[in-house]
Design a binder for this molecule. Structure first.
Ligand code: HEC
Ligand code: HEC
Ligand code: HEC
Length: 87
């Protein structure tokens, strides 16, 4: 019983940390609302193919393909330079 409880707390603490990444500041004034995306997409694998955490090939090319790609496909979310790169 005690062990189960400890395991449960560990799990809550872990997912709690992951969900707690609220807004991530990126280069060129991009503010990425991570938590909002987690809540609406409910699928980490949409962006984290290899599990949560840093994304190995993250950068301009990844972002313009993945972020803009999804916004274009779903017709939701910013697709113009100035809407992602706030002044
Ligand atoms: C819409 C895309 C997207 C979704 C969906 C998403 N993430 Fe992320 N997440 C990112 C990006 C982009 C980063 C920043 C990656 C980097 O800097 O290498 C990130 C970073 C993280 C980090 C590391 C934060 C840090 O700075 O150390 C964690 C942990 C994480 N995500 C967990 C999750 C979990 C868990 C889920 C699912 C519940 C999830 N993410 C869903 C895009 C996403
Ligand atoms: C798999 C789909 C998907 C991916 C990948 C994705 N987004 Fe989004 N994003 C959405 C959707 C859907 C919305 C629309 C939310 C709404 O209209 O309420 C959105 C909205 C946004 C918004 C506007 C939020 C707001 O409060 O109005 C920003 C900024 C944004 N995305 C940035 C990014 C960035 C930066 C990345 C990549 C790191 C990214 N998105 C990746 C689906 C995605
Ligand atoms: C859907 C959001 C989105 C749109 C639309 C978008 N970008 Fe980006 N852009 C990003 C993200 C996210 C990064 C990566 C930031 C990082 O590496 O921290 C990025 C990176 C960049 C970089 C590299 C910055 C650096 O210092 O490495 C340049 C330059 C850039 N974008 C220009 C543009 C231009 C020009 C447009 C319009 C044609 C555009 N972006 C449209 C989200 C977007």
């Amino acid at each position: 019983m005690k062990k189960t409880l400890v395991a449960m707390f560990a799990l809550v603490a872990f997912t709690g940390t992951a969900f707690a990444v609220d807004v991530i500041d990126m280069k060129k004034n991009v503010k990425f609302p991570h938590k909002k995306h987690v809540e609406m997409l409910k699928d980490c694998k949409k962006c984290h193919e290899k599990g949560p955490g840093k994304i190995a090939d993250f950068g301009k090319d990844w972002a313009h393909k993945t972020c803009k790609g999804c916004h274009t496909t779903l017709k939701k979310g910013p697709t113009s330079c100035k809407d992602c790169h706030k002044q």
